[in-house]
Design a binder for this molecule. Structure first.
Ligand code: ADP
Length: 484
């Protein structure tokens, strides 16, 4: 049986700052169901060590980066997957955000902390957990695992296959060159054909340079990051490695995002009981104090409020949206200026706009259920999840045609409508004009109820579960290690 060690710095529900945690929770399980023996390696944050069921010490770890020693702990995650944690209190026994100190700045020793994650992964493949379970493949995620393929490349003896997945190219793990020797990286590796990146040590750069295979979380993003507009400086390296780079979409956990069983909803619904969706719309309008008009198209945004997510474009489209009879609800946090702009809009249009600044999982479900259109006007979007949830809830996504949004939403063009394959709305240019025009198209189509319902039913039937994605990863592993 193929053995894969998943090297990651987050795993829901133990430690989460973003989508990586969800992927780390769902994908190993889906792979296990496909006959791959997946185990995880995580930094031993307090929440991780406490969260491991039946935990025990496997062995001691010595000669770690920075001359430290520690212990390898093993236990079971709540989903039954086996996980190893690196117990090294000086590096990882820090509660709260895994990357940031309480003041909000990066921890000053993040290079040694996450270098240690990569170092232990490589050593693990070399010697095994306790000489019993040795991975055939090391699969690292994002910059935090970026040094893993470098350490493997410098090791003699048995060499596992290495895969690196990019969840967001904007986060690269760029550090000072001074820790090169503390990280036990050979001096000759500090060059363009190695770990060097803009004069420092680039963790993600190193991973992308040394790993056997590279993946990212949608086919379109895989193409985009090979270009200067999206590659954030790594486009040259990625273009050079294009034959070893592929995009595999993230999946949705339909156990959590299912409108017929969702405990957060006012009224459960399904493609056959679509009429029951309107009770959720009425409840949402009431919750946000909007005019109780079922004939008003209700637009929603559930997002980090940032420039990358296009929240500023959305603000500029609102005069047209309101003039054409639309309503808006927003759930998000982020840039203070965008939060303020949205709150100003809600203050001046209380009948038609409601804004909740904050993070609220239950409200996100109620909005997905009650809205008619979910807006995702991102400038860049590696995969995106909210548009996938929206489709399952019969809420048509209105997206910018980029990354995973382009791969998952079919624009309601005349041809797509005639074919019956449309699932939402899409625009190309990241400009207020292009978004506004698409808002108008959505509002016009909303007046044609039978046609709107046909699109809803089609969107609800699309399957973005983990099965197909897990199969694609399993195939990739088997291509890399055909004998296993
Ligand atoms: P990203 O990871 O770039 O933020 P995704 O669309 O991949 O974007 O994932 C965002 C996830 O976070 C979704 O599950 C979405 O429902 C959730 N989310 C974003 N903002 C909020 C919020 N303010 N409250 C609740 N959930 C939110």
């Amino acid at each position: 049986m193929m053995r894969v060690l998943f090297v990651t710095s987050e795993c829901f529900p133990l430690i989460k700052t973003g989508g990586l945690a969800d992927v780390s929770a769902a994908l190993p399980l889906a792979l296990t169901e496909r006959g791959v023996d997946v185990r995880m390696l995580l930094p031993g944050y307090p929440a991780v060590i406490d969260g491991l069921d039946g935990r025990r010490v496997v062995r001691t770890l010595s000669g770690l980066p920075g001359g430290k020693s520690g212990r390898l702990i093993v236990g079971q995650l709540a989903n039954g997957v086996t996980a190893y944690a690196i117990e090294q209190p000086e590096l990882f026994e820090r509660p709260g955000n895994p990357y940031l100190a309480p003041g909000g700045a990066d921890w000053a020793d993040n290079d040694v902390r996450f270098g240690t994650l990569g170092w232990v992964a490589a050593e693990f493949a070399h010697t095994g957990s306790s000489h019993q379970w040795q991975p055939d493949i090391l699969h690292g995620h994002d910059w935090q695992a970026g040094l893993m393929p470098a350490y493997v490349a410098f090791q003699g003896g048995r060499r596992p296959g290495t895969v690196m997945t990019v969840h967001n190219i904007a986060y690269q793990g760029q550090f000072s060159p001074h820790t090169l020797s503390a990280l036990q990286l050979p001096a000759h590796s500090f060059q363009m054909e190695g770990v060097e990146y803009y004069g420092g040590i680039g963790f993600l750069k190193a991973g992308l340079y040394y790993a056997d295979r590279l993946t990212t979380v949608s086919p379109t993003y895989a193409r985009e990051i090979q270009s200067p507009a999206y590659g954030c400086g790594l486009e040259g390296l990625l273009a050079h490695r294009t034959d070893h780079l592929e995009g595999i979409l993230n999946g949705v956990d339909y156990g959590i995002w299912n409108p017929s069983t969702d405990p957060h909803l006012t009224s459960a619904f399904s493609p056959d009981r679509l009429d029951a969706k309107v009770a959720n719309k009425a409840a949402l309008q009431a919750e946000f104090g909007l005019e109780p008009r079922l004939d008003a198209p209700l637009f929603a945004l559930i997002s980090r409020l940032t420039w990358h997510k296009g929240a500023d474009l959305l603000v500029e489209s609102l005069p047209t949206l309101f003039a054409r009879g639309g309503q808006l609800v927003v759930l998000g946090t982020g840039d203070k200026s965008l939060e303020a702009a949205l709150l100003r809009v809600a203050g001046s249009h209380p009948q038609v706009a409601g804004v909740h600044i904050g993070y609220d999982e239950a409200l996100a479900h109620r909005i997905q259920a009650g809205a008619d259109v979910l807006m995702v006007p991102s400038r860049a979007e590696p995969c995106g999840l909210t548009q996938l949830y929206a489709m399952r809830y019969g809420t048509l996504p209105l997206v910018r045609r980029t990354g995973g949004l382009e791969d998952t939403v079919i624009d309601a063009t005349p041809a797509a409508l005639a074919d019956g394959c449309a699932t939402g709305f899409a625009f190309d240019e990241p400009t207020p004009g292009a978004l506004t025009w698409t808002v108008r198209r959505a509002i016009d189509l909303f007046q044609d109820r039978p046609r709107w319902q046909r699109i809803q039913r089609h969107a609800m039937a699309r399957d973005f579960g983990w099965e197909a994605s897990a199969q694609a990863y399993a195939d990739l592993y088997r291509r890399l290690r055909p004998g296993c």
